[in-house]
Design a protein around this ligand. Structure first.
Ligand code: NAP
Length: 432
């Protein structure tokens, strides 16, 4: 193993980066910009010693000298000269990331994570490895970008029980929906613009098909409700399933369509939903636009709390990681390590939440057609709360309904589907 630094000074912390892309480069720059001040204020010498990348010849936007740039991850994860590892790979390299995280922990390195996918899928494994090696894992950057949500859960709700967490957690999809709602772009145009602005990846599936939001709501459930859900047992609805007319009809009915993720504690399980959702315009979440995130947390005692901020981007994410880095170093200086609480959390089952619904139906324009449809809802014991009729003079009219909760949604859906004069164009969740 290549020796990184001469002799370690007593107040020196040697940092290794896994990944030096969008987030890693910004974190490297933050370390460079703040090193002198941190030394003065806290007597800590931050030493960015090495970074692991795939391609060392790639030009990087980094203003700090990094002594070792390597394609060998062991130079970080297994190197005795590294004290703290900052993982900034995630995404596509997620399988390798899991192994890098475990290697770092087993080699007694504290670690700051950015990968929500790795954390959501493997938290118990990571925490166990961290505890048995007496090292810390911090992960505030995995959810909500710059919103310090994991610090909130760490320091709050001590005499309270968190009963519900909901939020707009995927900045890419929220940006797309904002462009659809406010600038009348269709989904694919808005996605293209998000890609041009760097808010969406070339392969946007994790973001726009709901996986990213699902991982994040699982992490929030773990932090807030102190139970470990399994994302593998849950299904996210794709955010692609919204057309411009849905945005317009929702607005006429007093709603905004948002990429929502939520988890409600109900007896011994958690009810969850991840997908496009009509949210009443009166709700704070309905006023979260562009690349911003909002997280609402409800406690039995404190009631509803809200957190808002940029949910993605190099700067907010790197800022959250830098705070994690400093807090970790300070807590170690004060010997505050007591193991992560999470190791004692039990697993919890996720069940899909039943909710009110938005229906967009295309209906043959003939006498009695509307009555036929409404009677199906009536005999399934489902209340129609709001109704819009569009294109009333064409061969097919469009019928838009907001309905109450159906105890047997699948049966209702299949009965409506059997009607030859009717086509179900879209069904979305609704929350007030
Ligand atoms: N970007 C954001 O706004 C944001 C927000 C919140 C969280 N995050 C999280 O931050 C992490 C990093 O995101 P990013 O946007 O910085 O990604 P990125 O720009 O693609 O950078 C990834 C870095 O990891 C290196 N790498 C090493 N092995 C890799 C592999 N097998 N596959 C992919 N990359 C590999 C890459 O090396 P090369 O440079 O040589 O290619 C690159 O330096 C992810 O976990 C992401 O979920 C990002």
């Amino acid at each position: 193993m290549k020796k990184i630094i001469r002799k370690k000074k007593s107040n020196e912390v040697r940092i290794g980066l896994l990944g030096l892309g969008t987030v890693g480069s910004e974190l490297a720059n933050l370390i460079g910009i703040n090193a002198t001040r941190i030394d003065k204020e806290y007597g800590i010498r931050l030493n960015l010693s090495a970074a692991f990348v795939r391609d060392v010849s790639r030009k990087r936007n980094v203003n700090i000298h990094i002594p070792i740039l390597t394609t060998n991850p062991d130079q970080i994860t297994k190197n005795p000269d590294i004290d703290v590892v900052c993982e900034c790979i995630g995404g596509n390299g997620f399988e390798e990331t899991r192994q890098f995280i475990l290697d770092s922990l087993h080699h007694k390195k504290d670690i700051i994570l950015s990968s929500k996918k790795a954390l959501a899928l493997y938290a118990p494994e990571f925490i166990e490895a961290g505890n048995s090696n007496q090292v810390q894992i911090r992960y505030d950057a995995t959810v909500g970008g710059g919103i310090p949500i994991s610090k909130v859960f760490e320091a709050s709700f001590r005499g309270d029980t968190v009963t519900s967490i909901s939020g707009i957690l995927n900045a890419t999809s929220n940006y797309i929906y904002s462009k659809m709602e406010n600038d009348q772009m269709d989904f694919s145009q808005a996605l293209k613009q998000a890609q041009q602005k760097g808010y969406a990846e070339n392969n946007p599936s994790d973001d726009v098909d709901g996986f990213d939001a699902l991982y994040k709501i699982c992490i929030l459930t773990m932090l807030g409700m102190k139970r470990i859900p399994s994302p593998q047992s849950a299904i996210a609805q794709t955010f692609r399933n919204v057309e411009l007319c849905d945005m317009q009809y929702a607005s006429e009915l007093g709603y905004s369509i948002k990429p929502l993720a939520l988890a409600d504690r109900v007896n011994g399980h958690v009810e969850y939903h991840v997908g496009p959702t009509l949210i009443s315009n009166r709700h704070i979440l309905a006023n979260t636009f562009e690349n911003y995130n909002s997280i609402m947390v409800k406690g039995n005692i404190c009631g509803q709390l809200g957190f808002y901020g940029q949910g993605a981007g190099d700067k907010p994410t790197a800022s959250a990681m830098f705070d994690d880095l400093l807090n970790l170093i300070l807590s170690k200086q004060h010997n505050l390590f007591q193991g992560q609480e999470i190791s004692s959390y039990s697993q919890i089952q996720l069940k899909e939440k039943n909710s009110k619904k938005y229906w967009r139906l295309s209906l043959l324009n003939e006498p009695g057609a509307l009555a036929n449809v409404t009677s199906v809802f009536a005999h399934n014991d489902v209340n129609i709360e709001k109704i819009l009729q569009k294109n009333k003079h064409k061969e097919y009219m469009e019928l838009v309904l907001i309905t109450g909760i159906a105890k047997k949604h699948k049966e209702l859906f299949s009965e409506l589907s059997k009607n030859p004069s009717l086509k179900i164009e879209n069904v979305l969740h609704v929350t007030e």
